[in-house]
Design a protein around this ligand. Structure first.
Ligand SMILES: O=P(O)(O)O[C@H]1O[C@H](CO)[C@@H](O)[C@H]1O
Ligand SMILES: Nc1nc2[nH]cnc2c(=O)[nH]1
Length: 320
């Protein structure tokens, strides 16, 4: 049998990005500050947009449904394919186009990631979060992360939008953390606090805006966790997560938020509940990525309007 070439397998990171531990000229794990500064300078030299809010578009929310998604509504867009950006990984998951878009959302300059990086694609966590550090270096103050997630709380329905109040870093419990390895103080401290990870003022604003848009009946607030994936959870795993206080489960965001808080960015996150987690045996339903993408499409207009308004309101809280 011919050997399998990982780079040709859909859903798998190309071979050259696979090593679990990459070093930068022997200085340690991850890319150095200077290397990421080069990436930031590359982007800044090719656009006059100076965003202060960075948005990560979750599965099915950024790109998949052409012309309706948030990123497709960014005005005067300047787009960069991930493969053309120095030091950037590439997206391999369906529903994650793989480009950065600079431009205006409402009247606010933003940068949106149409596609994020996941651990299950074969990337180490620090590499999944590399774009967050690049955001910091181009002057972004606020990270707005969105994701698709399974709803664990019994009150949640498919299509609900959960404002993330807090997270449980399950992968961190096992010692897998994006900050693992030598610490560069220019990004942040060795031991960053995480008890105020999700900005309180922004969560308050998000609830107000949900009322203004008359979507408060579908907007919730809860606790998110990220598992490594790519498989969805077993019934026993879901019941355990429920027991420890998880309301929604996904395969992203937590490590991005840790990286953003480490470098002192404000953080706001939303989970779109794309499927109900099955917490009973003898149930026919099975989670699948197609359903996740479909619900992303179903909610794209509401999410776009919500995020656009939030971006305008968050921007007003930033000093000029
Ligand atoms: O977290 P995002 O990227 O939104 O996507 C979520 O949905 C995908 C599974 O359907 C996984 O990638 C999971 O993390
Ligand atoms: N881990 C996990 N990720 C998801 N992303 C969307 N739905 C789910 C889910 O049910 N579980």
């Amino acid at each position: 049998m011919a050997p399998i070439n990982a780079s040709e397998v859909k859903g798998y990171a190309p071979k050259e990005v696979l090593p679990e531990v990459e070093t930068d000229n022997g200085k340690g794990i991850g890319y150095s500050y200077d290397t990421l500064q080069e990436t930031a300078n590359f982007l800044l030299s090719r656009t006059s947009v100076r965003p202060r809010i960075g948005i990560i578009c979750g599965s099915g929310m950024g790109s998949y449904w052409k012309d309706g998604s948030l990123a497709d509504h960014i005005e005067d867009p300047v787009r960069f394919k991930y493969e053309d950006i120095p030091n950037f990984p590439v997206s391999t998951v369906e529903g994650h186009t793989g480009q950065l878009v600079f431009g205006k959302l409402g009247d606010v300059p933003v940068m949106a990631m149409q596609g994020r990086f996941h651990y299950y694609e074969g990337y180490p966590l620090w590499k999944c979060c590399l774009p967050v550090r690049v955001m910091k270096l181009i002057g972004i103050k606020v990270l707005m992360a969105t994701n698709a997630a399974g709803g664990l709380k019994s009150a949640y329905k498919v299509g609900d939008i959960m404002i993330v109040k807090d997270h449980i870093n399950m992968m961190g419990f096992a010692g897998n953390n994006p900050l693992h390895g030598p610490n560069d103080e220019r990004f942040g401290p060795r031991f960053p606090p995480m008890n105020r990870a999700y900005n309180y003022e922004y969560r308050k604003i998000a609830k107000e805006v949900a009322k203004e848009l008359s979507i408060d009946n579908i907007v919730r607030e809860g606790v998110y966790t990220c598992l490594g994936g790519p498989n969805f959870e077993t019934v026993a795993e879901l019941n355990m997560l429920k027991m420890v206080g998880v309301d929604a489960v996904g395969m992203s965001t937590v490590h991005e938020v840790i990286t953003a808080r480490h470098c002192d960015m404000h953080v706001f996150a939303l989970s779109l509940i794309t499927n109900e987690c099955v917490v009973e045996y003898d149930h026919d339903a099975e989670a699948n990525h197609e359903e996740v993408l479909d619900v992303g499409r179903m909610r794209q207009d509401i999410l776009r309007k919500y995020v656009t308004k939030l971006v305008e309101r968050f921007n007003k809280t930033l000093t000029p």
